[in-house]
Design a protein around this ligand. Structure first.
Ligand code: ARG
Length: 466
């Protein structure tokens, strides 16, 4: 730990220097350095309020803000290098301020503790990062919408239990993911409200004895409201847990869509082909084209779940208020944010550049009796209770399997043998295209319906622009 830091922060109470290993173990600077600009922003707002309240003079405020602005510029230009002997970003910046402007620099910490300072820094950092992630989610949604627009009539099988179930379209299939990512964006909106709260003014835990005005600091920082309990302000990290939980959900959805495309690009499916620029080869098997990028997204999902679990476990059973355990919130949070951003950045391009094999998809939808439910629905529309219709359709499927036929290859006599309700219109009712068209109520795969939903989603997009 740097000597000037100890002297500045708490040295007078101690008679020995900190053990070197303890120093490395204790320091969060190697990772919390990324908070530097939020730390400075918070200090500027705090000093401005202290001056407004007459706690420091106008000159002192100007000196402090001048020094902090220089530090910001020097960190950004690389002129000021981080010294890992410091305990954290807060003490590093404060010590540099004192080095720059002398004793006045020490006044910036009036009515403040690193406990409310760190809570503020993370909140300000998260406000930016949440918006960044939301922009990336919106871009992914746009990509999926554009892609879907070209595949309103691309028929493919829909699955349950990974068994071919009923015919849908590629636009409808991807539409499911559009809905998931919309909710992900909205979940982050909600979390943002609870992040956008000011802890500063809580002090170490028991508030401030100075004539401060927390509302002013909130106003300077563009923070919507203030934490109403000083102990809560410095001791909870639920806003981090909530953000990581939202991100874990984003990763669940990214992982599922990646898995679909991995399967679709396999030799067994051959529904899509990934662009060479987003695939990798094998060092031993020359024929291989591997979906590594998608596999990595799937794999990194575990990493984000790990971050969430880590911070949940850290917070469990901690007594109020601040405990150093909470320094362990940062690495999982930063890693989670970085990972989600990287995945969201790369997936849209993988999708944009992949080729769809419409014939293969259609062929797969035609095989496997995906229209068996349409046979049952046909009979039900003619008055038969659905359970009985289902039974008859089942018998016909079994007959087809034994006689190696598809349902549309059955003769009228073969249909009639099972029910006299069958008529010539059965053939158009079980045509795979008509099967898709028939599901026209909103939420269904009918191309006009999906087009309408895409229009609704365009409105959603313009309402959700950032
Ligand atoms: N580096 C610390 C953290 O990340 C900052 C708060 C330190 N507070 C304290 N009382 N030691 O949690």
């Amino acid at each position: 730990m740097a000597k000037e830091e100890i002297a500045l922060l708490w040295g007078s109470r101690f008679s020995k220097e900190l053990n070197e290993d303890v120093n490395d173990f204790n320091s969060s600077l190697p990772f919390d350095k990324i908070l530097y600009k939020y730390d400075i922003k918070g200090s500027v707002a705090h000093a401005t309020m202290l001056c407004h309240q007459g706690i420091i003079s106008e000159n002192e405020k100007d000196e402090i803000i001048g020094g902090l602005s220089e530090i910001l510029a020097e960190i950004e230009s690389g002129k000021l290098q981080f010294d890992y002997n410091f305990e954290d970003i807060h003490s590093f910046i404060e010590a540099n301020l004192v080095k720059k402007i002398g004793a006045t620099g020490k006044k910036v910490h009036t009515s403040r503790s690193r406990n409310d300072q760190v809570a503020l820094d993370i909140r300000l950092y998260l406000k930016d990062e949440i918006k960044e992630i939301q922009k990336l989610i919106l871009n992914l949604i746009k990509t999926l919408m554009d892609f879907s627009n070209n595949h309103l009539e691309t028929i493919m099988p829909g699955y349950t239990h990974l068994q071919r179930a009923q015919a849908v379209t590629l636009a409808h299939y991807l539409g499911a993911y559009i809905e998931m990512f919309k909710r992900d964006k909205e979940r982050l909106d909600d979390t943002y409200k609870r992040v956008n709260v000011l802890p500063l003014g809580a002090g170490a835990l028991a508030g401030s004895p100075y004539n401060i005005k927390r509302n002013l600091v909130a106003e300077y920082l563009g923070v919507d409201s203030i934490c109403l309990n000083s102990m809560d302000a410095v001791s909870d990290r639920d806003f981090i847990i909530e953000t990581l939980s939202d991100l874990a959900m984003v990763m669940t959805h990214l992982s599922r869509i990646s898995e679909e495309i991995i399967m679709w690009s396999s030799f067994e499916f051959k529904f899509v082909e990934l662009d060479d620029s987003y695939s990798t080869g094998s060092s031993i098997m020359p024929q291989k084209k591997n979906p590594d990028i998608l596999e990595l997204i799937r794999g990194k999902t575990g990493r984000v779940y790990g971050s969430l679990t880590s911070i949940l476990t850290t917070m469990k059973s901690l007594p109020l208020a601040y405990n150093k355990d909470m320094q362990e919130d940062k690495e999982p949070l930063f890693d989670g944010i970085k990972t989600v951003k990287n995945c969201l950045k790369i997936l849209p391009d993988v999708i944009k550049t992949m080729k769809v094999n419409k014939e293969k998809m259609l062929q797969a939808a035609k095989e496997g009796f995906l229209n068996a439910t349409d046979v049952a629905d046909y009979l039900t529309k003619k008055g038969l209770p659905f359970r009985d219709s289902h039974n008859i359709a089942g018998k016909l499927v079994s007959y087809c399997i034994n006689s190696k036929k598809t349902l549309d290859e059955l003769s009228m006599d073969e249909f009639k043998k099972e029910s006299s309700l069958f008529d010539d219109d059965i053939y158009s009712a079980i045509d795979i295209k008509n099967s898709v068209i028939s599901k026209k109520e909103i939420g269904g795969p009918n191309p006009e319906t999906v087009k309408h939903v895409l229009e609704l989603n365009k409105i959603w997009l313009s309402d959700n622009e950032i």
